[in-house]
Ligand binder design. Sequence first.
Ligand code: BTN
Length: 248
Amino acid sequence: MEIDIIWLDQEESTNRYAADLLQRDPEVSEWTTIVAHSQTAGRGQRGNTWESESGKNLTFSLISYPIEIEPAKQFVLSQAVSLGIIDFLSSYSDGFSVKWPNDIYWQEKKICGILIENTLQYDSIKSCVIGIGININQTVFRSDAPNPVSLSNVTGETYDLKSCLTPLLSAVIERIIKLRNGDDFAEEYLMRLFRFHKKTSYRASGLEFEGEIVDVEQNGQLVIKNVSTGDVRKFWFKEVEFMFDREL
Ligand code: BTN
């Protein structure tokens, strides 16, 4: 498959660049990928910024047109992309999982963030920008980002970024194509879910509680059972926080 890859030295945000590109050319070829050596205003979830040491990691955005996916079910894209990234990482080591909704973790630490931005038209997804920031060679993290880790931290090796990008893109694209052909990754996503069925602390509405993740709904809501009361509640992103040990 032909993939157009645009390599940029420095850019504000590859997601922003991809969105601008789609505005200028709404039919830009599918899977066009924009990669930046460094971003000056990399965007993260919850309005956060995404920090990455220049030239050490992969920060890129991929354009797709998943018109078969209903907007109400767009969470399936997060599932497919997350599992594609895990497919890639699992060829280097064990221990990777998806922290709901779509952070990629190695053990208790974050190795990759995903920011998917969809443009909707009527009842379908017109275009989709899949932004991926994956820590590859950075070994020291100075930002306030909680518990970061890189592939290099995991394996002790240093990697050629261009050589990593090709198999990573292939793994993600393969999952998206399978999804669009009707595959359902919900079960596999649960099997890969960070802290699935583990009793641990969460915080919601300012209150900490002991809970156990029991499911993720098709619409993306996280389902947690309160271990003390037995109550089961569903949470949207931002409504619940995972608690971590301080020393991590
Ligand atoms: C998160 O907060 O975990 C999501 C981070 C997503 C970062 C990537 S880096 C490439 C792409 N361009 C951006 O501006 N953000 C995404």
